[in-house]
Design a protein around this ligand. Structure first.
Ligand SMILES: O=C([O-])CC(=O)C(=O)O
Ligand SMILES: [Mg+2]
Length: 562
């Protein structure tokens, strides 16, 4: 019998059933269930379908006039009836994704303690460092397969939000379910409360985290190690997504654990994968190759360098040398273009610094070469912003780029919307509609001279749900660079622009389930080829993806005793 049609046997009844978000059906409990589960009289008489419930919830959603209130409203449904929450989001994905995720989730993180309603996920607070196993055992989720974990130090482009960062793991996991079909019962958001260096939070009487400066150094890394070990003991096969760690910790944590556990860093690797996927699609549409592009970055942190390394790897796979690929990538941070003689470069920046010998002939050559000078000398065809600083793609820079390149590819990726390097509207105006623009946060289409330009959202949300689905469907034990590269290619294969030569760069959100399935398939196959998952046939892999795909539908319940 179809697995999804099997009843679920529940050992408890009465009000407890209405308080359990994973199984609550609210007004949709049937007459029979109301009788057998002692729910008679606890609900109004009329038995509703999930669509009727969703329609009422949508009316209420529309009655709020700001996005933060809408976010709080949706989070409340999530905390009381998850099936309804996901049905509602599925019905209105384009409208609701910006409310549950970027950009509104940024505001929700900033106001987390002020808006606190009820618990979701786990807070692992440093003062409880000797009780991590106990805390994991307190989880309301028992069969965890995907964890998103943050320490709140670099939330989007908003900096240190302390425990307010919890909004991010919650939001990301909502997308694992809405976009990648991972059952919410398998997901767990975790926030490591290791203090905060945000003075406003430390002084805020409402702040609910550990009121202490962030711990660092050995103390911090020992705590991370203890957490990783405890998670591994409790759920040995779970996928862990690191999210929004500060630059100084993101890469060392990834390096330490990527070959030991099934984990990846979404800001470094997920953002890289979606950006490479989008670039591959753009190149395909232009009948060119990624290895033919010259690429300038504003922002040389772990996200920027992660994207750059993924681009280099892709260029090399197209046949050019590693050295040549690195010559075509220009990393600019607040001190200017990274050059190999600069002191204080981080290890991951050193590999991407330009050789001084190669650029000495540039006009205005100096120690601190600005982005404008990079544009004028290197004549990049692609410009990527991951600076977290708004407005830095100035009119002068964009016009200079356009003067050297008729169809520049410009991706201001910083999140949330308030941090964008330039708005798509400005970029398209400055380039007479010729730029190919994609952003990290969602933007409305831009109209110039009667022509409408859709703005693709080059956000890691196109990638991580599919990776999660692929890992779950195959039981993969690692997330490798090759699996991530495969996800980029899979995404590019779904691009309407690449397929038809016109239309948007990335598929519409309404298509996201199929995109995630395709990514899951390609990622799963790569995991198998690399020996990180047990071999299977294509047909069985497709079946495994389908049987892991959760749909927001109520199941039938039967009563059982313990
Ligand atoms: O959350 C997002 O929209 C993308 C992301 O990972 C970040 O900006 O840190
Ligand atoms: Mg992030």
């Amino acid at each position: 019998m179809d697995d999804k049609k099997r009843p679920l046997y529940l050992p408890f009844a009465g009000p407890a059933l209405l308080e359990a978000p994973l199984i609550n059906k609210g007004s949709a409990f049937t007459e029979e269930e109301r009788m057998f589960f002692n729910l008679d009289g606890l609900l109004p008489y009329y038995i509703e379908t999930i669509e009727e419930q969703a329609s009422r919830a949508y009316d209420q959603f529309r009655s709020f006039n700001n996005d933060l209130d809408k976010h709080i409203y949706l989070r409340n449904i999530q905390d009381t009836n998850e099936t309804l929450f996901y049905r509602l989001v599925q019905n209105h994905i384009s409208e609701m994704m910006p409310v549950i995720y970027t950009p509104t989730v940024g505001l929700a993180c900033e106001r987390f303690s002020k808006n606190w309603r009820r618990n979701r996920g786990l807070f692992l607070s440093y003062p409880y460092k000797d009780r991590i196993d106990d805390i994991l055992n307190n989880s309301t989720r028992h069969k965890v397969k995907v964890i998103v974990m943050t320490d709140g130090e670099r939330i989007l482009g908003l900096g240190d939000q302390g425990i307010g960062g919890m909004g991010i793991p919650i939001g990301k996991l909502s997308l694992y379910t809405s976009c990648g079909g991972i059952s919410p019962a398998y997901t767990l958001p975790i926030t490591l409360d290791v203090g905060t260096d945000n003075p406003h939070l430390l002084e805020d009487p409402m702040y609910m985290g550990w009121r202490h400066k962030r711990i660092g150094g050995d103390e911090y890394y020992e705590f991370i190690e203890a957490v990783m070990q405890a998670i591994h003991r409790r759920w040995p096969d779970t996928l862990i997504q690191f999210e929004d760690f500060a630059q100084k910790n993101a890469m060392p944590i990834l390096e330490r654990y990527k070959d030991k556990y099934c984990c990846f860093n979404d800001d470094i690797q997920g953002t890289a994968a979606v950006t490479v996927g989008s670039l591959l699609a753009a190149c395909k549409a232009a009948h060119s190759k990624l290895s033919e592009q010259r690429i300038a970055f504003l922002g040389a942190g772990s996200a920027g360098c992660g994207i750059a390394e993924a681009i280099v790897a892709q260029m090399v796979s197209e046949g050019i040398s590693d050295e040549q690929a690195r010559r075509q990538v220009f990393m600019v941070d607040r001190w200017g273009l990274l050059q190999d003689n600069m002191p204080n470069l981080l290890p991951f920046q050193q590999k991407l610094a330009q050789k001084r010998d190669d650029i000495e002939h540039w006009q205005n050559f100096c120690d601190n070469i600005s982005l404008l000078d990079v544009v004028n000398n290197a004549k990049p065809t692609v410009l990527i912003g991951v600076s977290g600083a708004p407005g830095l793609f100035t009119e002068e820079i964009i016009r200079a780029m356009h003067s050297h390149c008729s169809r520049p590819i410009i991706f201001p990726l910083s999140n949330p919307t308030s941090r964008v390097e330039a708005t798509p509207k400005d970029i398209l105006h400055w380039t007479s509609g010729q730029a190919l623009v994609a952003t990290g946060s969602p933007f409305e289409p831009v109209v110039i001279d009667g022509q409408t330009y859709e703005i693709a959202q080059c956000n890691n949300s196109y990638i991580f749900p599919g990776i999660g689905l692929g890992v779950l469907a195959t039981g993969a034990r690692r997330v490798t660079d090759e699996m991530l590269m495969a996800s980029s290619r899979a995404l590019a294969e779904c691009s309407p622009l690449a397929i038809n030569g016109e239309g948007s760069l990335l598929p519409r959100l309404e298509e996201i389930h199929n995109v995630s399935r395709h990514i899951a398939f390609v990622v799963g196959k790569t995991a198998i080829e690399q020996g990180h998952a047990l071999p299977t046939t294509d047909e069985l892999l497709l079946q495994a993806i389908e049987s892991n795909f959760w749909y927001p539908e109520y199941r039938r319940y039967r009563r059982t005793s313990f």
